[in-house]
Design a protein around this ligand. Structure first.
Ligand SMILES: NC(=O)c1ccc[n+]([C@@H]2O[C@H](COP(=O)([O-])OP(=O)(O)OC[C@H]3O[C@@H](n4cnc5c(N)ncnc54)[C@H](O)[C@@H]3O)[C@@H](O)[C@H]2O)c1
Length: 347
């Protein structure tokens, strides 16, 4: 197999983990290679190029002018993801966007459309979907083993100091980041919808903007949402919970329940035994993360699994596990939560 040749745009914090994913995983067995990067900040550009031994560009346009790139990983501030994904797919390259797909659902939907029109693959990084237990709960829900879903919940009781927000001008701004629900909580919102199904209506929402932190968006958000299947969801998050606790998800049905404490499935009970075929239960466990107080306390294993699925989807002409349409519905829900609370650009 010829390695898929990647560029990466936005070479800050998370980009280092992406580069490590190439060096320690994807490049070792010839699946993919990191060819070049693009970064607007001169110091970061120089440091990243030196550390990973790759040529660097000062813009995405310049990166895309190369003739040795098949795909681009997008690791810039969140509100740039879809605009840059559109540039990438229009150049005929595949795009893998860090979470969230954007801060704005209209921009995210436009990126999905552009990828379809260009006939290339656009996928999100939602690495926690590659947790074997998350996949098991999804199969159980889909098989009806939990009966009718009644109540589902996700929470992000994390801690981010002002210094975290001060580390990048984009952090905590409406357009480029959003607050705790869109940035830190997005993996949980994605898990909730991936397990329990699409959302229908935001019933109630409260968001405290800039409480105890000098940012535009929310440091506390609490929403109640009705899903299309009638279940009621609660979605909560704060970055003020000193000094951070595990994210949690609850799935409660008439015939079964499941609970995650962080990445660990701490409860899984169905009225009838949920039996899987050996093929469906043979999902490899790909590591655990704990970012409650440290944004970059990530293992690269799950990112590697996300990359491998993206690359396989391109090779096999199939949809990726982290389908971009599902990224859009997450952002649409987050935008609707802000609208219901009467805050931000969506009010
Ligand atoms: N999957 C995860 O769990 C995870 C974890 C952390 C961050 N993220 C996501 O990764 C993204 C980046 O986060 P980060 O913490 O690395 O931020 P960061 O600020 O450390 O890095 C972003 C980089 O992009 C650069 N940049 C900005 N505009 C650019 C442009 N137009 N062209 C090229 N470079 C540009 C900035 O100079 C900066 O170096 C965010 O969307 C965040 O949500 C995901």
């Amino acid at each position: 197999m010829t390695p898929l040749r990647f560029g990466i745009v936005g070479c800050g914090g998370i980009a280092g983990l992406h580069a490590r994913t190439f060096r320690d995983g994807l490049e070792k067995d010839g699946t993919a290679v990191l060819v070049a990067g693009a970064e607007t900040d001169p110091e970061r550009r120089a440091a990243f190029g030196e550390k990973w031994g790759i040529p660097m560009h000062d813009s995405l346009e310049s990166l895309l002018a190369r003739d040795d790139i098949d795909a681009v990983a997008i690791t810039t501030p969140s509100g740039l993801h879809s605009t840059q994904a559109i540039q990438v797919v229009k150049s005929g390259r595949h795009a893998l966007s860090e979470k969230p797909l954007d801060t704005n659902a209209e921009r995210a939907a436009a990126a999905v459309l552009a990828a379809k029109e260009a006939g290339v693959v656009l996928a999100g990084i939602f690495q926690q979907r590659f947790n074997a237990d998350v996949q098991k709960v999804r199969r159980a829900v889909q098989a009806g083993a939990f009966g009718e879903l009644i109540y589902v919940h996700c929470e992000t009781p994390w801690y981010r100091a002002q210094s975290y927000y001060d580390s990048g001008e984009w952090r905590g701004t409406w357009d480029l980041d959003g607050g705790v629900l869109t940035n830190q909580g997005v993996h949980m919102v994605d898990r909730l919808l991936w397990l329990a199904g699409d959302w229908d209506e935001v019933l109630h929402s409260v968001c405290s903007l800039g409480k105890f932190r000098d940012i535009e968006a929310e440091t506390l958000g609490v929403a109640t949402v009705r899903l299309k299947n009638g279940a009621i969801a609660t979605i909560t998050g704060t970055t003020l919970a000193y000094d951070g606790m595990a994210q949690r998800v609850l799935i409660c049905g008439t015939d079964g329940s499941a609970a995650f404490d962080g990445e660990t499935l701490v409860k899984f009970k169905t009225r009838e035994p949920f039996e899987e075929t050996s093929a469906s239960s043979e999902v490899e466990e790909v590591g655990v993360e704990n970012k409650a107080a440290d944004p970059l306390a990530l293992s690269s294993n799950q990112h590697e699994a996300n990359y491998r699925d993206f690359i396989a989807a391109i090779g096999e002409g199939r949809e990726p596990l982290t389908k971009p349409e599902e990224g859009v519905r997450v952002v649409a829900l987050l935008n609707a939560i802000y609208a219901k609370a009467g805050v931000g650009p969506y009010a």
